[in-house]
Design a protein around this ligand. Structure first.
Ligand code: ADP
Ligand code: ZN
Ligand code: ZN
Length: 731
């Protein structure tokens, strides 16, 4: 009887043997008895016999898929991830499946209802339709092109759902469920994709497209293009080409960038290619449906966040990672993978080109491009001839008049923009009113009782909130320590900046964009529309505003307090800051009007600001690489971080100390550092500490980790949580 070796979502690094019927194949899901319950697992291998004695081998209870759900290639990718990230194989494999398939539901492609104009709807005539019914008009216009699903319609406006109901009640729009296509392989041979060619490529764009088009097999390209240089246009051309040849495309974007607008943008450019998205915001049903659509070959393009790197794509022919430097590609719990790195491995595994795009590449990728492991493609100018890169200036905060954190110069510039009916954006990396409340009598600071951090003052609802653990209290009337009533906010957050601006510019229309103001679903969509409709004069926001958005009338960007990142204990903080500032700066002057960026700092001569003023990423990267090399930091070394946390400080440190001794006893050629507190040494009442291991090359580090991991599993870790993070980004 054949033996199936099954991956189960349990914290053990092994597969489990079950007796199977003939015909069992790897990649099929099965239901098996495990302990006292039944679990869904995935067959990883089939064998003729087992190391276990016959009576200990139980039979599979049920085979859930007629044909393998996961291809051999995908299983190999997941095996690689389990090995490389030292995460249990079962947990790795199961975490790659949408929840619905993990729970053992039947894997069928259910159809999504489509909305279309009815006969009376087609007879309406848009020109006679009341102009003031803006959203209804837009829905009708969209449906007059082709039937659409609900998600596409909802992307039009926050009220689209409501207006759609009105249109349906009038009988102008109807919905239907399409008959499932008989052959799920339809898309496979349809290689005549239309392509809405929006622009003639610039010479640099053409060179980049040609370079990728001319290679066959795996190559990793780093597309380094300044903001507004038209990287998206390069992607679209390459995607079109891959689709023409019958390939599927995987396009990964950072969490914050994946919006219905972006989805619709790619749909409109490549209208014949079925495109699905995969991200954690999708409902379970949609997620499973899109996953299966990719697996069947029907979806030709998968657009998604990091989790989409595990999407099943039988004809994968091109991978693109946009904003490859973005930290959201790294998963921070469970399987702590970097989707960018997994995508590179996947490309090499299936022999396809991969393009990493960024205006500010990660130092790791840039270094690889310099050393020749990746091929560097550069876009040095903005694509639109009229759009110049903005002028960047620093304002020395020690030599100017400041108003609660905003300099007089900056306020004057904002005033001029208001007069010219142009928009300004103030970028500040802290939401709330002020980062901390202080007693001017005794120096008491509003600390979080559960964390090492401070409680942030939120004036709108008069609360002090911890942004790390969520703890919150009402703002006290007097100092809890000495009773003095003189409590003062220190520093500025988005809310305070907003109120300072309101005082100075009472007529201005100010919009605050941060996690608080965009909490409600659809809020951000409404705001974007307001900005585009020029119903906003000044935008105040956190990094939510930094990325990917095109606001044509925005000509001034002010950066308020970037300095803390310059001297942070996290060696990546200044790399992140440069990327963030280059991104926000890139928002200014995109549509022909010259843009200006004003950075308030106490250190205008810092190399970071010098490089920013000259739009010189290369100079900045050179400075950073020099520093990293002499300090022995990545990309010149490879690292693994063991983290532990628990309520009892001695237990946390004892565990890491034992782990450290075990590491040293292995006597392998890696550097084992001391046990140190985490950057946030206490969070939500848990003590947190860590232990770093590093090595100049990957291979000995991996050998060490293979030997170390089982020793860690064997250590007593009562009431502790610990994790191993390979290539950690957070310190
Ligand atoms: P990036 O992603 O590099 O910041 P985008 O792809 O958003 O840049 O392009 C910036 C702007 O330039 C967009 O409005 C885009 O439509 C336009 N654009 C891109 N390529 C061209 C081109 N070849 N000719 C004219 N405009 C272009
Ligand atoms: Zn006090
Ligand atoms: Zn807290």
């Amino acid at each position: 009887m054949p033996i199936a070796r099954v991956a189960l979502d349990v914290p053990l690094p092994t597969l489990f043997d079950y007796a199977a019927a003939d015909g069992i194949a790897s990649g099929q899901r099965v239901l098996v008895p495990f302990g006292r319950k039944q679990m869904v697992g995935v067959v990883m291998e089939c064998a003729a016999d087992s190391a276990l004695t016959a009576e200990r081998i139980k039979p599979i209870a049920q085979v859930l898929d007629e044909t393998p759900l996961l291809s051999a290639g995908l299983l190999a990718l997941l095996r690689f991830c389990s090995d490389y990230y030292h995460h249990p194989i079962g947990a790795t494999v199961l975490s790659a499946l949408p929840a619905r398939l993990r729970s053992g539901k039947r894997a069928g492609l259910e159809e999504v209802p489509q909305y279309a104009l009815s006969a009376s709807g087609r007879a309406l005539g848009l020109s006679e339709f009341p102009k003031r019914k803006v959203v209804q008009r837009r829905i009708l216009a969209m449906l007059s092109g082709q039937p659409c699903n609900l998600a596409q319609i909802m992307a039009l406006s926050a009220t689209a759902g409501k207006q759609l109901k009105v249109l349906m009640a009038e009988g102008w729009v109807e919905h239907y469920v399409p008959v499932p296509s008989q052959s799920p392989e339809d898309g496979r041979n349809a290689v005549r994709h239309t392509f809405n060619n929006a622009h003639t490529l610039t010479a640099e764009q053409q060179q980049a497209v040609d370079a990728v088009a001319q290679t066959s097999g795996y190559t990793c390209f780093l597309l380094h293009g300044v903001t507004g240089s038209g990287k998206t246009e390069v992607y679209v051309h390459l995607m079109h080409r891959a689709l023409q040849r019958g390939g599927q495309v995987l396009l990964l974007v950072p969490e914050i960038n994946l919006t219905p607008q972006l989805e619709n943008y790619f749909r409109s450019r490549l209208p014949d290619a079925e495109l699905v998205s995969l991200h954690s915001g999708l409902g379970e049903g949609a997620r499973a449906r899109n996953w299966l659509s990719a697996q069947s070959g029907r979806a030709r393009v998968v657009l998604g966040t990091r989790l989409a790197v595990f999407a099943p794509l039988p004809q994968l022919a091109l991978l693109i990672v946009d904003e490859e430097h973005d930290a959201s590609f790294k998963q921070q719990d469970g399987l702590r993978y970097s989707a960018r790195d997994v995508a590179i491995f996947r490309a090499s595994q299936c022999g396809a080109p991969i393009v990493l795009g960024s205006a500010t590449p990660s130092l790791e990728s840039y270094y690889n491009a310099q050393s020749g492991r990746y091929t560097l493609l550069q876009l040095t100018g903005r694509a639109l001839a009229a759009a110049r890169l903005p002028a960047v200036r620093c304002i020395n905060i020690n030599q100017t008049v400041m108003h609660h954190g905003i300099s007089e110069n900056l306020l004057r510039e904002i005033g001029q923009r208001i007069e010219r009916r142009e928009q300004s954006l103030l970028f500040i990396n802290r939401r709330g009113y002020a980062p901390v409340l202080m007693c001017s009598a005794c120096g008491w600071l509003s600390g979080c009782p559960n964390c090492a951090g401070k409680l942030v003052l939120h004036l709108l609802d008069r609360r002090l909130r911890c942004h790390h653990c969520g703890y919150q209290i009402r703002v006290p009337n007097a100092c809890p320590s000495c009773g003095d009533a003189d409590l003062k906010p220190v520093g500025a957050g988005t809310q305070r900046v907003e109120s300072i601006l309101l005082e100075r510019f009472p007529q201005a229309r100010i919009l605050r964009v941060d996690r608080d103001s965009t909490r409600h679903k659809g809020a951000w969509n409404v705001m974007r529309q307001q900005i585009h409709d020029e119903a906003v004069d000044i935008l105040v926001g956190t990094q939510m505003l930094a990325k990917g958005h095109d606001f044509p009338n925005l000509t001034l960007v002010g950066v308020l307090n970037p300095d803390s990142a310059l001297y942070s204990s996290d060696f990546r903080a200044s790399e992140k800051l440069f990327a963030q500032l280059a991104q926000v700066a890139g928002r200014a002057g995109r549509a022909g009007k010259p843009g200006e960026v004003l950075v308030q700092t106490a250190f205008p001569d810092h190399p970071l600001f010098r490089a920013l003023r000259h739009h010189d990423y290369a100079a900045w990267a050179k400075t950073l690489l020099g520093e990293r090399k002499s300090a022995g930091f990545p990309p010149f070394v490879h690292q693994a971080m063991l983290r532990a946390e628990g309520k009892q400080e001695p237990a946390v440190y004892a565990f890491l100390q034992m782990a450290r001794e075990a590491a040293i006893a292995l006597a392998l050629p890696v550097e084992v550092y001391g046990v140190v507190p985490a950057a946030m040494p206490r969070r939500a009442s848990h003590i947190r500490a860590q232990l770093l291991v590093q090595c100049e090359t990957r291979k000995p580090l991996q050998q060490f980790l293979r030997a170390w991991r089982p020793l860690l599993d064997a250590l007593p870790a009562n009431k502790l949580r610990w994790s191993l993070d390979i290539d950690p980004l957070e310190f």
